[in-house]
Design a protein around this ligand. Structure first.
Ligand code: AR6
Length: 171
């Protein structure tokens, strides 16, 4: 069975899914944008697990393009999968790192048995990745890499521009 790809405009923290992906940074200790919203709504349990990861497996922080799961705390999800997108660079092609965020998050989602996964438009906010290109990479990578255990991938975007960009690449 192939994975269904959906598009929703709204706040990712409101999505009722098995796994919610966080556009985190390598510190895993929170930030603005999606990361800020996830920690705010999810409560201190998520940060506590992130601190434990920093004290054990990820002492130097999580590398760009990698992903790791924690509890979802008070969020309407079972897991949060934290991934670190690349900052946009005009001089270096970091496409593969951004694609890796989607692939690694899906791999972990499958390991966790998640059937529904929500993704934000990774790197297209504070990290400055052009929206249309970010949407192209997101959709293309998920189409190619979604494991069959994941029944639905839901792209959750904030504004009209992001919605248009994802709709274009999904159609
Ligand atoms: N729900 C859905 N989409 C959102 C939400 C939300 N609640 N809030 C923002 N967006 P960003 P990045 C959109 O900045 O670019 C943090 O400080 C936003 O419009 O959250 O990967 C981290 O700690 C944009 O299209 O993530 C890192 O330091 C997209 O989500 C850094 O920001 C991603 O924007 C990561 O930057």
């Amino acid at each position: 069975m192939s994975t269904q790809l959906d598009l929703v405009q709204g706040d990712i923290t409101q999505q009722d899914v098995d796994a919610m992906v966080n556009a985190a940074n390598s510190s895993l200790l929170g930030g603005g944008g999606v990361d800020g919203a996830i920690h705010r709504r999810g409560g201190p349990e998520i940060l506590a697990e992130c601190r434990k990861l920093r004290a054990s497996h990820h002492g130097k922080g999580l590398r760009t393009g990698h992903a790791v799961a924690t509890t979802a705390g008070l969020l309407p999800a079972r897991h949060v999968i934290h991934t670190v997108g690349p900052r946009w660079s005009a001089t270096e092609d970091r496409t593969e790192l951004l694609a890796s965020c989607y692939r690694e998050s899906l791999r972990i989602a499958a390991e966790l048995g998640a059937r529904t996964v929500a993704f934000p438009a990774i790197s297209t906010g504070i990290y400055g990745w052009p929206l249309d290109d970010g949407a192209r990479i997101a959709v293309g990578t998920v189409r190619a890499a979604a494991p069959s255990v994941v029944e639905e991938v839901r792209f959750v975007v904030f504004d009209d521009r992001a919605h248009e960009a994802f709709a274009r690449h999904l159609s």
